[in-house]
Design a protein around this ligand. Sequence first.
Ligand code: FPP
Length: 246
Amino acid sequence: MDLDGFDPNRMPRHVACVMDGNGRWATKRGLPRTEGHRAGEEALFDAAQGALELGVRYFTVYAFSTENWRRPAEEVRFLLEVIADRLLTRRRDELHALGVRIRFIGRRDWRVPRWVLRRMDEAAALTAANEALTLTVAFNYGGRAEIVDAVRSIVASGMPASKVDERAIARHLYDPSVPDPDLVIRTSGEFRISNFLIWELAYSELVFSEVLWPDFRREHLFEAVREYQARDRRFGSAAAHEGIPG
Ligand code: FPP
């Protein structure tokens, strides 16, 4: 790939995506919504390859929220099948060959079928030692639920209240080994966070794209990274890159 125009020293380490617009993409074509999810899976694979080309180390995608169970049973079943049959069987081996480590975040509650959990565990175990890219799939995930679960686990650990600080909460999130996202992309022209990584994205740069997720390709990722690199991240200080002007 032509990496011209990118500053290799300011590559986002972690990019996270809200993959929105699958339903509208399908409806526009007179197809059932499920076809949008099928096409969305192709888009995800292309974007993950783009992340590898750029040298992004962590790529997190919102595949299924704690609210998505409210969708029609047929759509929920299809989404589970796309994730379990395509991502966790066929793609699993392709991603493994590319050096991708697959991880999951979200609640492992009674609503997630056992066979899906088993495939997730198998994919995570198979790819555990890979280092090129960590692909985290947020499944049955909610940002507030994640914070609730972190607080529950802190309370269960018996930690005294005076010891509970931001680092303690961060250490009890679903995957403390993953750094906070530098860049969060949401597609389909919606300007919401929708309960995605709400603790972790406190300082993330947000990029909103008009593209419907099934049309998203690595070039759109590159475009978002260019926009990210043009921004000035300050983390609350006066100036990020030059220091405080004198
Ligand atoms: C939002 O579009 C998308 C989802 C709820 C599911 C995302 C799932 C995929 C991209 C399928 C593949 C995922 C994996 C991990 C293999 P929407 O249905 O809410 O679209 P709409 O807003 O146009 O209705």
